[in-house]
Design a protein around this ligand. Structure first.
Ligand SMILES: [Zn+2]
Length: 345
């Protein structure tokens, strides 16, 4: 197959998605953006009760229906309580590395839509004052959010309309370098969502019709384990498109599409994994096959949801996951290429 992936389009969408706040449980606004992308390319879009988006690409045959699932929900935080000093205690959404949140800027969004800026800090934030400023463990018990408003006590904070249960958005600090790196929080899994938007752009531009009907699920609540627990009943196989891991014992890099053979939920479907490896090999894609020790995917959620499907997991390699992440455009491009080859083959 001869096709070109649209780098400019993908990087543009990646930036837009990464900068759009969508912590798990707060994805209804970003889903409108995704609905817009799908409709721009003439694909139908539906929303499940839970708020997942489903984009359908008609295929040459309905004999099988292939699902692709990427999650648009991210890690984040929520107001747990307001202290008597006028700072906020918080609870984590999903599993960010708390140490990486120290000194990060954030936005507190009240339930009536007001927004205030703030900063995550240790409760011993100044070296001139606290002997344990350097060593204090960074976790929610020892951290708080300093609000950029004149607040001296709990009542002042309440007067701003801030309450327990309000979302706190972390600044993703999205930066795309001339050298093609995307560095940002939440490339897991918006790097893959951008890849799937790139796939729509490619299929629309090149008039590619997949062999089988294809449903792209943009899931919410993946970071808390049940993103794609429900999938449309006609799906016969589901490929989770989610970040590849990089580090000790792993061969994946930021330039590769990762093919996961096994994660915490056990092995993926032998035949799909083999086909993905063979396609990567014969088309000279940069790819890696790895085993992820601490990882669960939307494919696993769908299996545990009782769906009788074959599953796989692929995605761009992402460095420093759940911290300050980074990938390279090449990793996304290889992901789009492998998906295209798999669907159109
Ligand atoms: Zn993920």
């Amino acid at each position: 197959m001869n096709f070109t992936v649209n780098k400019e389009f993908i990087l543009d969408k990646a930036k837009e998605l990464l900068e759009f706040h969508s912590p798990t449980g707060f994805c209804f606004e970003i889903m409108e953006l995704i609905e817009g992308y799908a409709k721009d390319f003439g694909y139908s879009f539906e929303r499940t009760n839970k708020g997942n988006g489903i984009i359908t690409i008609e295929g040459k045959s309905d004999e099988r229906v292939i699902g692709l699932a990427a999650h648009v929900d991210t890690l984040g935080a929520m107001v747990r309580s307001i202290t008597s000093d006028g700072t906020l205690k918080f609870t984590l959404l999903g599993g960010p590395i708390p140490a990486t949140m120290d000194s990060e800027y954030c936005i507190i969004r009240t339930r009536d839509g007001r927004k205030y800026t703030g900063t995550f800090l240790s409760t011993s934030p100044a070296v001139h004052v606290y002997s344990d400023a350097r060593e204090k463990k960074r976790d929610p018990d020892n951290m708080e959010v300093r609000i950029d408003e004149v607040v001296k006590n709990k009542e002042d904070v309440e007067a701003l309309g801030i309450r327990p249960g309000d979302f706190i958005f972390l600044d993703p600090k999205t930066t795309i370098t001339e050298s093609g790196f995307i560095k940002s929080r939440f490339i897991d899994d918006k790097g893959s969502v951008a890849a799937l938007m790139g796939l729509l752009e490619l299929f629309n531009r090149e008039k590619i019709v997949p062999k089988y009907k294809t449903k792209i699920i943009i899931s919410t609540y993946e970071e808390v384990g049940h993103g794609s627990a429900y999938i449309p009943k006609d799906i016969t196989e589901l490929i989770a498109v989610d970040m590849g891991c990089i580090g000790e014992d792993l061969s994946c890099t930021e330039y590769d599409v990762s093919i996961c053979a096994k994660d915490s939920g056990g092995p993926y479907d032998y035949n799909i994994v083999t086909e993905l490896v063979n396609l990567s090999e014969s088309n000279k894609l940069d790819y890696a096959v790895d085993i992820y020790p601490f990882y669960g995917s939307d494919a696993g959620a769908a299996l545990r949801g009782g769906n009788d499907i074959r599953t796989a997991l692929i995605g761009p390699g992402v460095h420093a996951s759940h911290g300050m992440e980074r990938t390279h455009y090449k990793g996304i491009e290889n992901t789009v290429k492998l998906l295209t080859l798999y669907l159109a083959n």
